[in-house]
Design a protein. Structure first.
Length: 114
């Protein structure tokens, strides 16, 4: 997926929808609570950071503000660039249903890091 604003926003909206459909264990909070806050309060900064990144390095983003994370990068190949990500963190097992569906979503959207 090219790192264009609309594509990124749509991708993250779909992740949030999955986190609502597949909640974590009671008392653990929403799997994408930090992502939701970021997209409401700091959307421009977050999306622009991804769009202008030219390092090729992976960056860590805490989806829930704690141990459920997303590693992301913008992979440059010649004149094109592609947003890539994967789910990580020590809370993956706690949000197992969400993680399975999020990883499937990442593969379907073609943003898997492999």
């Amino acid at each position: 997926m090219k790192p264009e604003r609309y594509n990124l926003l749509y991708f993250f909206r779909e992740l949030i929808q999955l986190s609502i459909k597949y909640p974590g264990p009671p008392g653990w909070g929403h799997a994408c609570s930090e992502l939701l806050d970021t997209l409401i309060l700091k959307q421009d900064h977050f999306i622009n950071r991804i769009m202008i990144d030219d390092s090729g390095d992976f960056h860590e983003y805490r989806l829930n503000g704690a141990g459920l994370k997303m590693q992301w990068r913008v992979n440059k190949e010649g004149d094109s660039s592609k947003f890539q990500c994967y789910i990580s963190g020590d809370q993956k097992k706690e949000y197992d249903d969400f993680v399975v569906m999020a990883e499937k979503h990442i593969l379907e959207r073609g943003v898997n890091h492999r």
